[in-house]
Design a protein around this ligand. Structure first.
Ligand SMILES: [Zn+2]
Length: 51
């Protein structure tokens, strides 16, 4: 299982780090666990953890 150790905002002009342990939304699907993180700049970064 892969874990993202460092997570940063995906917005091109933003380099804030996101708290990987505090996703705004966490959703389990057959393809993996999706997590959405909301940055202070307003962008949303989505990660997928495959198990
Ligand atoms: Zn941002």
């Amino acid at each position: 299982m892969l874990e993202e150790l460092t997570l940063t905002c995906e917005a091109a002009d933003c380099d804030r780090s996101l708290d990987a342990d505090a996703p705004a939304i966490c959703m389990s699907t057959p393809a993996g666990t999706r997590r959405a993180y909301e940055c202070d700049c307003g962008a949303v970064t989505i990660t997928v953890l495959r198990e």
